[in-house]
Design a protein around this ligand. Sequence first.
Ligand SMILES: Cc1cc2nc3c(=O)[nH]c(=O)nc-3n(C[C@H](O)[C@H](O)[C@H](O)COP(=O)(O)OP(=O)(O)OC[C@H]3O[C@@H](n4cnc5c(N)ncnc54)[C@H](O)[C@@H]3O)c2cc1C
Length: 341
Amino acid sequence: MAPRILVLGAGINGLSSAVCVQQACPLAQVQLVAEHFSPDTTSDGAGGSWGPYLLGDTDQELILRLSEITYNHLLRLANSSLAGVVKAQKISGYHLYRNLPAGRQFWRHLVAGFRQLTDEEMKQYPLFDSGTFYTAVTVDVTPYLSWLMKRFKACGGTTRQARVDNIEEVAADFDIVINCTGLASRRLFNDDDVFPIRGQVWKKVKKPNPAVLFCFLPALTNGSRVEYLTVGGTSQVGDWNTRVDPADSAAIWNKAVTIFPMLKHATPLEVWAGLRPARKSLRLEMQAIETHGRSIKVIHNYGHSGSGITLHWGCALEVTAMVLEALGTEKEHIKRVVSRL
Ligand SMILES: Cc1cc2nc3c(=O)[nH]c(=O)nc-3n(C[C@H](O)[C@H](O)[C@H](O)COP(=O)(O)OP(=O)(O)OC[C@H]3O[C@@H](n4cnc5c(N)ncnc54)[C@H](O)[C@@H]3O)c2cc1C
């Protein structure tokens, strides 16, 4: 019988896991169940920039492996004819810091042309004590999710909109469950290590001029997306408020214009707040659970915090390898299949 696989969650991690699993197991019946679909997920609100951020105690080697795979995947898209569909692009710019802890940029060899700013260049930014310049990659998440969803459905994937309050409700009809519900894993899988890091940003800001502006600072990011700038935002640990706070909106904008006067004539169009699904460390592992009198495998893929876009493709490949393992595929074959995705 064809394996029946349930993917819980339709953000960037659920959808990319679903697509990769389908490619690796063409006979599997894959269903995606989620309370919210794009454009209403946290992933849709993300700035879309590649760069490991706020990952707690997650092992550095693991972050490097997952983020490198994702970087190369996004770069391939940005260099392909699909770039204009998924809105992926390479982007170069300045990153400015105050008191940056040593070793924070352990991923520097993955991006192109990484260099420290010279003392002469730093004179342009008197509010900062160090800076770098490099080329990385960014994607507009909503068009990217829409492209993934088309691929998923074209391969026979089905979707169902539902809020799941207990895994027992949905597990009966499936052999494997892939859990990509982010913060909801706290309740669904009794995981007390999961917590929100609230982020509010000016999500759509009309550029004052066509020039690329790409500057990361602690607590202030100006990410240049394909269509608009994203300006902000906050990192409020433990705050569950998903509504926009007008005081945050004003504070972000005033700070941005003070630091970057060239934003003065930019037009802030849309503000957004969301919760980064944070955890003590990323959870990417398989667990056996007893339900309806049988044992099924749950593969967890959550806790990406401020790096869900940065890690998603690497995580989807790990999930795929675990699905193949659960289906009894031999190791060498798993390697071959996953390396082609
Ligand atoms: C302001 C801000 C800016 C960000 N910028 C970036 C960035 O530039 N780069 C980057 O790498 N990361 C960024 N992030 C982080 C990124 O948004 C997250 O890491 C990522 O979206 C997590 O994706 P996910 O698929 O795991 O979860 P989500 O996108 O939250 O999706 C979770 C899915 O699970 C479903 N679900 C939840 N509970 C249930 C339930 N009980 N029943 C059924 N379905 C359920 C939801 O409906 C949804 O479909 C940013 C985050 C914020 C807040």
